[in-house]
Ligand binder design. Structure first.
Ligand code: NAD
Length: 299
């Protein structure tokens, strides 16, 4: 079976690498964190001493890093500069959520060196990464998409080809901007109902089965006590951090500006999340936006 270098073993990358190892791939894992490396070893990965060591003989190189500057440094101009050591014919799959411009420029530099690079950001969160049910949104050529589909299929359930390089990142930004709007709208509707004497669980069920139904009401209710096994049931720990939603909304605003696309709803949601982060909630799950509405009750 193919050898996969996996760089970036955080909340998402750790379980994704573990699923590849479980399936029988030889996974050479690397992260800056010793703790992440230990966990990867426990899950059947081989631990490498550097990203270069992990990537040198790999058939696939997968990265799951925080932002565009980390991805560019890893492949192009940082200490590791992996494009110098990745073998010809290997496929690079960057699953990080980054700006589309960086995805396009790194892909173009890879192409000059005979290395295929696709952007493949994911949706589905940590639970999807653990369960191997992520959605991958791939930007690259049709031929590259076909080559990466089998390996992505081990970590995910839905694999989409969004278009050429960068298109995966644009689609991901559109999706997460919409998610922020759905979360804000759901929080304010539940809060208004509760302030008017409704039971949040009953109201949520009514809206879920009516025309206001949406993903947040279906699987990620932000009101504590309505749903089990969601961050709202666990003091908003874990899940998808407000800080990461802020990063994604920043990427969406950049795309809207570059393409002169009006995003008044996305901008309004971003203002709310900015205020919520400024209140010290950056490390809570994004459904904790509920608290912003509840806090306002006392004003
Ligand atoms: P994380 O902070 O938990 O993990 C990032 C990991 O990268 C860390 O372990 C860090 O040590 C490592 N790292 C950073 N620079 C490195 C380098 N040069 N070499 C090796 N390792 C390096 O973040 P995460 O939650 O796993 O998210 C990763 C990406 O996935 C982000 O772009 C995020 O926006 C995206 N994403 C996250 C979620 C989620 O629910 N957490 C969902 C979808 C997409």
């Amino acid at each position: 079976m193919a050898t996969v270098a996996f760089i970036g073993l955080g909340n998402m990358g750790g379980p994704m690498a573990a699923n590849l190892a479980k399936e029988g791939y030889t996974v050479r894992a690397y992260d800056l964190s010793e703790q992440a490396l230990e966990a990867a070893k426990d899950h059947g990965c081989e631990v490498a001493g550097s990203a270069r060591e992990a990537a040198a003989e790999a058939d696939f190189v997968i990265s799951m890093l925080p932002a565009g500057k980390h991805v560019k440094a890893l492949y192009v101009d940082g200490d590791e500069a992996l494009f110098e050591v990745i073998k010809l014919g290997a496929l690079v799959i960057d699953c990080s959520t980054i700006d589309a411009d960086t995805a396009r420029s790194v892909a173009a530099i890879g192409e000059q060196r005979g290395i295929d690079f696709v952007d493949a950001p994911v949706s589905g969160g940590v639970s999807g990464a653990l369960a191997g049910t992520l959605t991958f949104i791939v930007g690259g050529s049709k031929a590259q998409f076909e080559k990466v589909t089998p390996v992505l299929g081990v970590m995910g359930r839905n694999i989409f080809h969004a278009g050429d390089h960068g298109a995966g990142q644009v689609a991901k930004a559109c999706n997460n901007m919409l998610l922020s709007v759905l979360m804000a709208g759901t929080c304010e509707a539940i809060n208004m109902g509760v302030k008017n004497g409704l039971d949040p669980a009953v109201l949520s069920d009514i809206m879920r089965k009516s025309s206001g139904g949406n993903w947040v009401l279906n699987v990620y209710n932000p009101y504590p006590g309505v749903m089990e096994s969601v961050p709202a049931a666990n003091a908003y720990q874990g899940g998808f951090l407000v800080d990461l939603m802020m990063k994604d909304l920043g990427l969406a605003m950049d795309i809207s500006q570059q393409s002169a696309s009006p995003v008044p709803m996305g901008s309004a949601a971003r203002t709310l999340f900015t205020q919520h982060k400024a209140n010290g909630n950056g490390k809570l799950d994004f459904s904790s936006l509920m608290q912003l509405y509840q806090d306002k009750e006392g004003e």
